[in-house]
Ligand binder design. Structure first.
Ligand code: CA
Length: 415
C-alpha cells in the first residue's frame, strides 16, 4: 500500500500498520494518534474535519489521556478507523486541497510530538512462556539435568505483577536498592542492585472484559486481545535470588517495566501468523487450540552506553514462544478470573535457541561469567548506570513491514 505521505522502506509504520497511541499535541493536549512513516496523525484533528462522523465517532472520542475508552468501544470500531485511515492516506486518494487541510489540522513530525503512556493499566500479569528462557534459568539456579519444573509443560506459568510502575518508552529509571545476600556472606546486606537486567518481552492488551466467574476459551481468546506492545520487564537479579522463595519475585521486578508507546493491533499482525513449537506432552483440553496462534516478530535489544554508540546484544523472535497468547488468556481465566480493558499480560522473557537470541543479560552473559564486550571496549555483565536499553520489534514478509518502534529506558544511578 503506497501512501501520499513519505514512508521509508525500513519504517515500522507502514500503511499496513496503523497502530494507536497517545500523543501530546501542541495546542490540543492529549489525543489519540497513529503514525505513518515519520508523520504523527492526530485522530482528533481528522475527526474535526468529519472523517469519522459516519461511524459515530466524535472529536471528544479522540481527545483522551489514555486509550482505554477507545479500546472498550470494540475491535470492530478500531478496525473501521484503521480502514478509514488506510483509505484516506493511500496514494491518489485525496485532492490537493484535502491534503493541505489535513496537513494543517492533523499531521505532525514525529520528532515534535511526545508520546505518552497509552493505557491506564489496571492489572498486569507476567507469564514465563519461553521454553528456552525457563530452561536456561533452571539450569543456572537449580539443576541442569532437571531444568524445567514438572508443571512447566502443562500450564503457562505466570505471576501477578504491579501495574503502577509500568512506564512508557523514554522514561528514566533510577537503579533500585534492596536487600541482597552475597554468596560469600552469611547475612544479607543493603545495596543498590549490582545485577540490573532487562527482560525482552512483548505484552498483549486486553480489549474486552469477561464477567467474574466466566472463562475465555482459546477459540474466543483473540476477540479479547486488542493488540501488542514491546515490554522490558526490568529485573534486579541479586534482589530476586534472595527474595523469591517461596512466593516468587517481589521488589526485584516491581520498580519499573517499560512499554513501547504504540499498540499494534492483531489485525495488523495477521499476515505474520505462524505456528509455535510442538507441545509435548499433549495439554489438557482447555489449553488446546486450532490454527496458527504465534506471530513472526523479530525482536532486538541494544545497549547504548552514555558516551558511545549502541550495540545489538540480543536478536530473538516472538515465534519461539512455547505457550501462545490464546493459551495464556484461557489459562488466566479458567478459574473465573475477570480481565478488564487495559490490563496487560507480559509474555515472559523471549529467548530463542541460539546464544545470541537469549532475552536477558542473565542468560547472554550466563550469570556474569561471559561478559559482553562493547564497541568502546567496556564490559557488560548486567546493565551499567547511564546505559540506555533499547528494544525494537518488527514483522517483515513479502515486502510488507509492520513494527512496534522502540521501548527505550535510561538507567540513572541510585537515588
Ligand atoms: Ca518477566
Amino acid at each position: 500500500m503506497k501512501s501520499w505521505i513519505e514512508i521509508k522502506a525500513e519504517s515500522d509504520f507502514s500503511l499496513e500498520n496503523i497502530p494507536f497511541g497517545i500523543g501530546l499535541i501542541p495546542g490540543s493536549g492529549k489525543c489519540i494518534c497513529t503514525r505513518i512513516g515519520n508523520t504523527i496523525v492526530n485522530l482528533a484533528g481528522m475527526a474535526r474535519l468529519g472523517y469519522f462522523d459516519h461511524i459515530g465517532f466524535k472529536v471528544s472520542d479522540f481527545e483522551k489521556p489514555v486509550l482505554n475508552d477507545f479500546i472498550a468501544k470494540g475491535k470492530k470500531s478500531a478496525c473501521k478507523i484503521r480502514t478509514i485511515i488506510q483509505d484516506f492516506f493511500l496514494e491518489n486518494s485525496c485532492s490537493d486541497s484535502e491534503m493541505a487541510l489535513i496537513r494543517q489540522m492533523a499531521l505532525h513530525e514525529s520528532s515534535e510530538i511526545q508520546m505518552l503512556m497509552p493505557l491506564q493499566v489496571g492489572d498486569y500479569t507476567d507469564f514465563y512462556s519461553s521454553i528456552e528462557h525457563a530452561t536456561n534459568v533452571g539450569m543456572m539456579f537449580r539443576d541442569p539435568a532437571n531444568a524445567l519444573l514438572p508443571n512447566w509443560r502443562h500450564i503457562p506459568v505466570g505471576y501477578h505483577g504491579r501495574a503502577s510502575s509500568i512506564v512508557v518508552s523514554g522514561t528514566e529509571i533510577h537503579r533500585p536498592k534492596g536487600e541482597i545476600k552475597p554468596a560469600n556472606t552469611d547475612l544479607p546486606v543493603f545495596s543498590p542492585t549490582m545485577q540490573l537486567d532487562f527482560e525482552l518481552e512483548t505484552a498483549f492488551v486486553i480489549g474486552k472484559e469477561n464477567t467474574l466467574g466466566d472463562s475465555i476459551s482459546t477459540a474466543e481468546a483473540e476477540d479479547y486481545i486488542f493488540g501488542m506492545v514491546l515490554f522490558n520487564d526490568l529485573s534486579a537479579r541479586d534482589i530476586q535470588s534472595w527474595e523469591y522463595v517461596p512466593l516468587g519475585p517481589f521488589l526485584s521486578k516491581n520498580f519499573a517495566s517499560v512499554i513501547s508507546p504504540w499498540i499494534v493491533t492483531l489485525d495488523a499482525l495477521e499476515p505474520f501468523r505462524c505456528s509455535g513449537p510442538e507441545q509435548l506432552p499433549e495439554v489438557l483440553p482447555y489449553l488446546q487450540f486450532n490454527g496458527e496462534r504465534n506471530f513472526d516478530i523479530n525482536l532486538r535489544v541494544q545497549i547504548k552506553p552514555e558516551n558511545s554508540e549502541e550495540t545489538i546484544v540480543s536478536k530473538s523472535n516472538f515465534k519461539y514462544m512455547y505457550w501462545n497468547m490464546s493459551q495464556q488468556l484461557a489459562h488466566h481465566t479458567i478459574n473465573g478470573c475477570n480481565m478488564r480493558v487495559g490490563d496487560l499480560c507480559g509474555s515472559g522473557t523471549i529467548s530463542g535457541p541460539d546464544a545470541e537470541s537469549f532475552g536477558s543479560m542473565l542468560e547472554l552473559t550466563w550469570k556474569g561469567t561471559k561478559p559482553i564486550i562493547m564497541p568502546d571496549r567496556s564490559e557488560r555483565k548486567f546493565i551499567n548506570d547511564n546505559d540506555t536499553v533499547i528494544m525494537h520489534g518488527f514483522c517483515e514478509k513479502d515486502g510488507i513491514r509492520v513494527g512496534f518502534g522502540e521501548a527505550a529506558v535510561k538507567i540513572l544511578p541510585e537515588k
